[in-house]
Design a protein around this ligand. Structure first.
Ligand code: URA
Length: 438
């Protein structure tokens, strides 16, 4: 089939046949389609839309453009969690060991941070030696040995998506739900899962800031998961302020280790609460618990006994990292940094913390990247000392910036000031879980 005929058909608003979509994805992988032809078709899809069947066929073809893992030799339910990305969103580091300690196998393929949102792989790499580029065989070995493994998308996982996503990113065609669904689900379905929990963020710091769009994305993701025989549930969660205590790679790992050690500060509690909620849903979906209340009791016991921490320690060792951070999390924090306290200029209640602005500040300090090839500084970060709903007096600490130079600190302070609103009337802490689709 000639690419121009397929492009022409979608340009004219017609639905593509299964064979035409298969030919397109095949052409992406073999190089038979030029980049300009791929982007022309994707733009036509973006403008003229895709039917549910087209969306499912694109997902299927992108999934089968690479390897689909088979963990049938592991006698445990396989499940994973995927988040659409947020600021301070570090729950994977709690959920994976927690779920593994309950008997779930978690083969987690994660991403790097881009723009204001962080990425699990960058966070993990702030543990000295931790390897996020596992071969398929090593990945399988680590999952078998400690119940979970965390690695990056290899060339063999949904290669068509890798190519198309890079072109979408460069041609303003990312924000279209059917393409997002096909992209996310082709990678997640390649993990050979029985169950999948999706954390769709909503609010200023989210990929989809409008609640209605987040619900639509959640519904489409769940429908696709089910279509492919995976028990799937989505939760729409708030990104109206950064999640938990810290933003920034090594600081976020520190927060997670402290949580797993039962030593967390109050500002980190929502990180644990969200992790518990999402893992509880995994337990129910995989049949390891009858309902949310039973699941929570199991999880509380695994957390409090330190079993989840021991899983994390075993995983770090298997992936080449320094497991002693589990005994001494302070090792994760670089001490040779400029630390600046952001103080309230007036008293009242914290009524908003713009997560997008906070994420952008951490990127500007070097803690994130604007383009995929940028290097990052894992040590810089921001601590949210006060959260929405807290009452503060003039001069109280709202947050703490850790960076490399005094200039950076001054610029960060000015930008962060704009992220906070302080009101004289009481403000409620926003509900963490806004909705669920299952
Ligand atoms: N994340 C993905 O992996 N794909 C998209 O299309 C959007 C976000």
């Amino acid at each position: 089939m000639r690419p121009q005929n397929i492009i022409e058909k979608k340009r004219d608003g017609k639905a593509l046949s299964d064979a035409e979509i298969a030919s397109f994805i095949d052409g992406v992988c073999t190089g038979a389609w030029e980049d300009y032809q791929i982007t022309a078709l994707v733009m036509a899809m973006f403008i003229n839309g895709l039917t549910t069947n087209e969306q499912n066929v694109i997902t299927r073809e992108m999934l089968h453009s690479g390897k689909v893992m088979d963990f049938s030799d592991i006698d445990a339910p396989k499940a994973d969690k995927h988040s659409t990305g947020g600021v301070g969103d570090k729950t994977s580091l709690i959920i994976a060991p927690l779920a593994a300690s309950c008997g779930i196998a978690v083969p987690m393929i994660s991403g790097r941070g881009l723009g204001h949102t962080g990425g699990t792989l960058d966070k993990l790499e702030s543990i000295k030696g931790y390897n996020v580029n596992l071969s398929t065989e090593r990945f399988r070995h680590v999952v078998k040995s400690c119940g979970f493994a965390m690695t990056g998308q290899t060339e063999s996982i949904a290669p068509a998506d890798k190519k198309i996503y890079a072109l979408r990113d460069a041609t303003a065609t990312v924000p279209y739900i059917p393409l997002i669904v096909a992209s996310i689900m082709s990678k997640k379905l390649a993990e050979g899962l029985d169950a999948l929990i999706l954390d769709v963020k909503t609010g200023l710091g989210a990929f989809m800031s409008r609640f209605e769009d987040s619900v639509k994305l959640a519904e489409a993701l769940v429908m696709t998961g089910k279509e492919f025989g995976v028990r799937t549930e989505a939760v729409i969660t708030s990104m109206d302020q950064p999640l938990g205590q810290f933003v920034g790679n090594s600081h976020e790992v520190y927060e997670c280790v402290k949580i797993l050690r039962n030593e967390m500060s109050e500002t980190a509690r929502e990180t644990l609460d969200l992790s518990m909620d999402l893992t509880a849903r995994m337990l129910v979906l995989t049949g390891l618990a009858d309902d949310a209340s039973e699941a929570r009791n199991i999880l509380r016991a695994k957390h409090e006994s330190g079993e989840a921490l021991e899983r994390f320690r075993a995983n770090i060792a298997l992936q080449g990292g320094d497991p002693s951070v589990c005994d001494n999390p302070e090792k994760l924090i670089e001490r040779d940094l400029v630390v600046l306290d952001l103080r309230a200029e007036s008293g009242g209640y914290v009524s908003a913390i713009d997560a997008l602005k906070v994420g952008e500040v951490v990127v500007s300090l070097g803690g994130g990247r604007l383009k995929a090839s940028d290097d990052i500084d894992p040590c810089v970060g921001y601590e949210c000392v006060a959260k929405i709903g807290d009452s503060v007096n003039e001069g109280d600490i709202l947050g703490r910036v850790s960076c490399r130079t005094l200039d950076q600190a001054a610029q960060a302070e000015a930008a962060l000031r704009k992220a906070y609103s302080i009101s004289s009337s009481r403000a409620e802490s926003p509900a963490l879980i806004r909705d669920s689709v299952g």
